[in-house]
Ligand binder design. Structure first.
Ligand code: GDP
Ligand code: MG
Length: 503
């Protein structure tokens, strides 16, 4: 494959294009004590080391999928985009946003490349906020490779790095980091619910929430600092004391947002259902039945499944990762023991555990596994055909667990009910709520950081006003990191290297 057509690869070199702008000190004395600034205005006040950037070179990449297709879209962004189109087409650039047919050829050799549909977007009204050109080509290898090679030969143009279009859109203020992540999620969405969540995030649902919180904190911070800097001014009395409950209420809102049972993350990454049980409980049989295919080996030889096997399911639009594990028992060889160790590790990370027990063993639960049984555990009694007239009641299950289901794969009994029950559970766990859910560990970490600083604020308030204000400043910065307001280069590198080339 042509090297420039490798769409998904990790970012290579680091770029140092970000520059710092000096801290803008909060305009305390101005309108603050009169409370004239709105929350939205506070949201626009930058704290120290928040950034502004610019980029100068022009990038290009195949933005549609690799492979033979009806149409392939090559995108250019940057100041030389229009010049490049003029060179390729030998004609003036068409009016912005007007699709036009152009014969493209190599300006050096005159070789014809394609009859293409071209669209020019004038800065700032484009995806990246820069001059952008889209070349809608016939999607064949020779056409795309010819255009890409020709573009590479034009001075001032270079191939884009992974996620560089989105990164520029971020740098030009077209997207914040959460919207850029939403865009990436949308491209990778495999189920309807994932698509829905990604669209919401791309629409700014998380940005609005976090910017609102940050704006409030910056407003409160201004009051706290005014109290420190102008103690003798004519400020309303006890202003710092008045903002304390508001800050703590905000902390509670963030904490509430954090204890969401990983809804958004589970929806993005897939809800993990782990099948656990002793050897021969029927774990692999259940995996195959739920996946409706022969994924795992089923055998009456104990210890057949030694590594974890994972299948992806789409339950009513919700993504599920169903994981079969090694049967847990004492003894067994070194490999089997390693399999068991992995099974227990998977159990710890599971969103839902299916603890399988054979009907002829019921109600004895394997001791190693009862330690792992909790409110994320559903007992599944298997192979009920082995016991005549087998019957189990929900009340037979030890408290603190989700309940019990009974199945026989052989008699095809109870499987549909289990499937429905799992679907219901997964829907409950992941269905969108009114307020958007955080979707990444990156968000979670920053929010936890903010909560920690606000808790510290609580202990410092009333004792040391300067420290307390600093805590609020740090909390605001933590929130700013989520949207990318606080531009930490390595955060950006991590976020955008997750993207493919052309995005
Ligand atoms: N009678 C009966 N046997 C079953 C049933 N499900 C699985 N088995 C058998 O039980 C044995 C172990 O099944 P397997 O799925 O490999 O169990 P695992 O070790 O927990 O993965 C195999 O011989 C299966 O054919 C069932 O519903 N009824
Ligand atoms: Mg097995």
């Amino acid at each position: 494959m042509h090297p420039l057509l490798l769409l998904c690869q990790k970012a290579g070199r680091k770029r140092k294009r970000r520059m710092k702008v000096p801290a803008v000190s909060t305009p305390f004395a101005l309108s603050l004590s009169k409370g004239r600034m709105t929350r939205d205005e506070w949201a626009d006040v930058p704290l120290d080391d928040e950034v502004a950037v610019s980029s100068t070179d022009t990038i290009f990449a195949l933005s549609s999928g690799a492979g033979v297709a009806g149409v392939a879209v090559v995108r250019l962004s940057g100041p030389a985009s229009f010049m490049a189109l003029e060179r390729l087409s030998g004609k003036a650039v068409p009016a912005p946003r007007l699709a036009s047919v152009r014969l493209l050829s190599d300006p050096a050799t005159g070789a014809r490349l394609d009859q293409a549909l071209v669209i020019a977007f004038k800065a700032p009204a484009s995806f990246t906020g820069e001059d952008v050109v889209e070349l809608h080509l016939h999607g064949g290898w020779a056409v795309v490779a010819g255009v890409i090679e020709t573009l590479a030969s034009i001075p001032g143009l270079r191939p884009a790095e992974p996620g560089e279009f989105s990164r520029r859109a971020f740098e030009q203020g077209k997207l914040d980091l959460t919207e850029a992540e939403g865009l990436n999620d949308l491209i990778h969405a495999q189920t309807a619910a994932q698509r829905e969540q990604a669209l919401r995030q791309m629409d700014g649902a998380l940005k609005d929430l976090y910017e609102d919180w940050r704006g409030r904190l910056v407003g409160h911070l201004a009051h706290l600092e005014a109290d420190i800097d102008f103690p003798d001014e004519d400020l309303p009395e006890g202003i710092a004391g008045a903002v304390r409950p508001q800050i703590l209420r905000l902390r509670d809102d963030i904490t509430q947002h954090l204890v969401d049972g990983r809804r958004g993350e589970a929806l993005r990454e897939g809800f993990r259902i782990v099948i656990l049980g002793e050897p021969n409980a029927g774990k692999s049989t259940l995996l195959n039945a739920l996946a409706r295919s022969d994924v795992a080996i089923v055998s009456d030889e104990a210890g057949t499944t030694r590594d974890s096997i994972e299948v992806q399911l789409d339950l009513a639009g919700f993504p599920v990762r169903l994981i079969d594990t090694a049967g847990v028992r004492e003894g067994g060889g070194a490999i089997e023991q390693e399999g068991i160790r992995r099974a227990l590790a998977k159990a710890r990370d599971a969103d839902l555990k299916l603890l399988l027990v054979r009907a002829d063993d019921w109600p004895r639960l394997p001791a190693t596994l009862t330690d792992h049984a909790d409110d994320r555990t559903l007992i599944v009694v298997t192979q009920t055909d082995r016991v005549p007239m087998f019957h189990v009641e929900q009340s037979d299950v030890p408290g603190g667990m989700l309940g019990v289901a009974a199945i026989s794969a052989k008699a095809d009994h109870g499987l549909d009910e289990l499937f429905d029950r799992l679907t219901e559970h997964v829907r409950d766990a992941m269905a969108p709520r009114e307020t958007p859910s955080l979707t990444r560990l990156r968000h979670r970490k920053a929010l936890e950081d903010a909560v920690e600083h606000l808790t510290r604020f609580d202990s410092n308030a009333g004792i040391d006003a300067v420290l307390a204000a600093e805590d609020v400043r740090m909390a605001a910065r933590a929130l700013g990191r989520i949207t990318g307001r606080v531009g930490v280069e390595d955060v950006l590198d991590v976020v955008f290297s997750d993207f493919c080339i052309g995005k």
